[in-house]
Design a protein around this ligand. Structure first.
Ligand SMILES: C[S@@+](CC[C@H](N)C(=O)[O-])C[C@H]1O[C@@H](n2cnc3c(N)ncnc32)[C@H](O)[C@@H]1O
Length: 443
């Protein structure tokens, strides 16, 4: 069988650059393990397959029926595009193909040349005997994935997890040991390493995620002083709080944040987010320098987009302070979207729309009177301005002429210039040692 040509894979619609590629040596090692494992494709789940390299190489090698979970919608779209370019069918067509191509000698239809995409849940893992995992960046995300495998995969399931050696830590093995009786790191190869975990232990308690914290705001109105404090709250308290929305939601001076494992900053408020929240709270107090600006920010009926919403801190804070506004929170990460939905429920914000999308691609141009933006500064594991630039371009597209984009970013990044070029006149509102908040008016 000819070797799979990984160089044909693309990252699009994610950022493409000469130093970034759509697969790595870990993908190749994981594919090699699966090809020799003697397990049928329908019993294999792939988690964290960034642009589809593992799924497509195995499907191409004649292993149909693989189930794949990718957190990022950009990865899902890249997988679909790569599959189409290779003539492989994606999940949307699976049932039709299964019905039409099922061979008489193969009643289970397992020869259907396709894969299916799913969420990190029971349907992804039931009946699975081999899980291939590209190790996630955060331990919380790994914890959630390992719990899901131990909870729902076959009792004899084996997990083969891998990553680049420079990003792997012993703490990852410790997380895996909570769920597996045997965790065996392998010898590194081409700067990647695999870890094999066997003898899963079924968790007996509820899933460890979402976690949640209540963040209260001190009463000072000075922008820099309004830093929310966090208090851990129990799951029962969060459930109770979402039921009694009037007490804990709109009327309170704080915010409950909920987070699944893969969400940015977990249930904490990121320090950059805090700085922008401080500025936003001064809008409500109408204490910003220009009164007309404060009035326009407080107008009812405004459409506000939290672009790259993470756990939804900015959208929830705005919606709590401006209940008559239409607020849309959108993120490309499924974990972020689930978290933001849980955050809205916990704060009694039934009217905030939360969508899984790449840079708000499904939202019409000029929809927003106001975009709130705390752009990403990483592409994978690398710090890169291109990730933020992509969302700034999207913010410019989504904002109506005369509308505003409020952005917080690391002060060393050159986003102010990008904002001025893409959106319009951009003014610095706050600058701390680490973070800058700007206001841009769409030309
Ligand atoms: C720095 S975090 C900010 C999260 C949240 N707004 C906050 O302030 O806590 C950036 C967020 O942007 C999201 N993101 C990155 N690229 C994106 C894209 N192309 N489309 C939508 N969201 C994206 C990430 O998943 C992440 O949740």
């Amino acid at each position: 069988m000819p070797e799979f040509d990984f160089t044909r894979l693309r990252r699009t619609p994610d950022v493409e650059a000469p130093n970034l590629q759509a697969w790595d040596a870990t993908d190749e090692l994981l594919v090699g393990e699966a090809l020799t494992a003697g397990i049928h494709g329908a019993e294999i789940a792939v988690i964290g397959d960034e642009y589809g390299a593992i799924t497509l190489a195995l499907t191409d090698a004649g292993m149909p029926g693989i189930r794949v979970h990718q957190d990022l919608v950009t990865g899902r779209r890249a997988l679909a595009r790569n599959a189409a370019a290779l003539g492989i069918t994606d999940g949307a067509d699976a049932a039709r193909r299964a019905a039409s191509e099922r061979a008489a000698d193969e009643p289970d239809g397992l020869r259907v040349p396709t894969y299916t995409q799913g969420e990190l849940d029971e349907s992804l893992l039931t009946g699975i005997r081999l899980v291939l995992l590209q190790l996630p960046k955060s331990l919380a995300e790994l914890d959630e994935i390992a719990d899901a495998i131990a909870r729902w995969a076959d009792s004899d399931a084996v997990l083969i997890a891998g990553g680049r050696v420079k990003h792997m830590t012993l703490a990852q093995n410790e997380v895996l040991r909570r769920y597996f009786g045997e965790v065996q790191p392998q010898r590194a190869e081409r700067k990647s390493r695999l870890v094999v975990a066997r003898h899963l232990r079924r968790p007996d308690g509820p899933p460890p995620f979402p976690v949640s914290s209540r963040h209260s705001f001190p009463s000072e109105t000075s922008t820099s002083a309004r830093v929310p404090r966090a208090e851990q709250v129990s799951r029962a308290e969060v459930e109770a709080s979402s039921e009694s929305r009037a007490e804990v939601g709109r009327s309170a001076d704080g915010l409950t944040l909920c987070a699944y494992g893969g969400a940015f900053a977990g249930d904490r408020i990121d320090i950059g987010t805090r700085v922008l929240l401080g500025v936003m709270s001064s809008w409500a107090a109408e204490s910003v320098s220009s009164r007309s600006q404060a009035r326009s920010l407080n107008d009812p009926g405004r459409t506000v987009i939290d672009l790259g919403c993470g756990t939804g801190a900015l959208a929830a804070a705005y919606a709590l302070a401006h209940p008559a506004s239409r607020v849309i929170a959108t993120d490309r990460s499924a974990a972020a979207v689930r978290s933001a939905r849980a955050t809205m429920a916990a704060n009694g914000l039934g009217n905030v729309e939360v969508t899984l999308d790449d840079a708000g691609s499904a939202i019409a141009d000029g929809t927003a009177d106001l975009v709130l933006l705390n752009p990403p500064f990483h592409l994978g594991n690398a710090v890169d301005e291109a990730a933020g630039r992509r969302l700034i371009e999207a913010a410019a597209r989504l904002t109506r002429p005369g509308g505003e984009v409020w952005t917080v970013f690391n002060s060393h990044l050159d986003h102010r210039r990008t904002l001025a070029r893409e959106v319009g006149i951009t003014e610095q509102i706050v600058r701390t040692s680490k973070f800058t908040v700007t206001q841009s008016i769409k030309r």
